[in-house]
Design a protein around this ligand. Structure first.
Ligand code: GSH
Length: 256
């Protein structure tokens, strides 16, 4: 029995969903609305004390950390392999997944939170917001929710995160070695990078575009043709729908 708690096809949740779909593995998905703080509810914090998704539960065994989940899934369900067969290839793959986790994802995440959290929570009174934030187990996540809602990040900080995002795309552009990141085999390196890239040709068109990053654009188009990717992107993303509704309400001056 395989279960995945996730927020739909975006960021780290997308990263954990994609291999399951690529491999055609049956699983029970528990879809959560992250912008309504469902991941901090006591029942979920019992499953993941960090109060974050994705979380994989395999026969009662709980695993967190999307990159670790993906390696576990690939090792446990090897029929459609998503890691190179040789040790050097797997090491090269991990250089990309580590780069995403330590450099690309954090920069992109701060920019994303800056762009969306204020709108997502402005219908809450300060007391309601604080009550929700108080339940967040990790201090750094409490800070991130508070700071992004209050829009306190400085232009220099935002510029630095944008620089890191741009340099991540440049690194990809130079690093693609074949149809896929590592050449002929589609691997977890593609999965990790695509999970960050998914909205970028629209939201970061000044960085991801045919002129500045043509190989990334071609790779992205190949990714979008994969049946596993298409199936994953069909999964709803409640946070995105919730945010669109909040943006509409804000545009009409409504707090309801
Ligand atoms: N290192 C973790 C990070 C997980 C993570 O940042 N999850 C985000 C969604 S992409 C989350 O749950 N955010 C909601 C929150 O922290 O309140 C992983 O790769 O799984």
């Amino acid at each position: 029995m395989l279960e995945l708690y996730h927020g739909g096809p975006g960021a780290n949740s997308l990263k954990a969903l994609l291999p399951l779909k690529e491999k055609g593995i049956e699983f029970t998905g528990h879809l959560m609305n992250l912008l309504q703080f469902e991941q901090h509810e006591p029942w979920f914090v019992k499953i993941n004390p960090n109060g974050q998704v994705p979380v994989l539960v395999h026969d009662g065994k709980v695993l967190t950390e999307s990159t670790v989940i993906n390696e576990y899934v690939d090792e446990t369900f090897p029929d459609v392999p998503l890691r190179p067969q040789d040790a050097f290839g797997r090491a090269k793959m991990r250089i990309w997944t580590k780069f995403v986790d330590e450099y690309f994802c954090p920069a992109l995440s701060f920019l994303g939170w800056h762009a969306m959290i204020r709108t997502a929570v402005q219908h809450l009174s300060p007391e309601e917001f604080e009550a929700r934030v108080a339940r967040i187990p990790l201090k750094e996540q409490r800070d991130k929710w508070r700071e992004s809602a209050a829009q306190v990040w400085l232009p220099e900080q935002l510029d630095e995160w944008r620089r890191k995002v741009r340099s991540s795309i440049e690194r990809m552009e130079q690093g693609i070695t074949g149809p896929w990141m590592l050449g002929s085999q589609f691997t977890l390196a593609d999965v990790s990078l695509f999970s960050m890239l998914i909205g970028m040709p629209v939201r970061y068109a000044d960085i991801v575009n045919e002129k500045d990053s043509p190989r990334v654009i071609e790779w992205y188009a190949r990714m979008m043709e994969r049946p596993g990717v298409k199936a994953t992107l069909m999964i709803p993303q409640p946070g995105r729908e919730f945010l669109a509704a909040r943006q509409k309400a804000a545009a009409h001056g409504s707090q309801s």
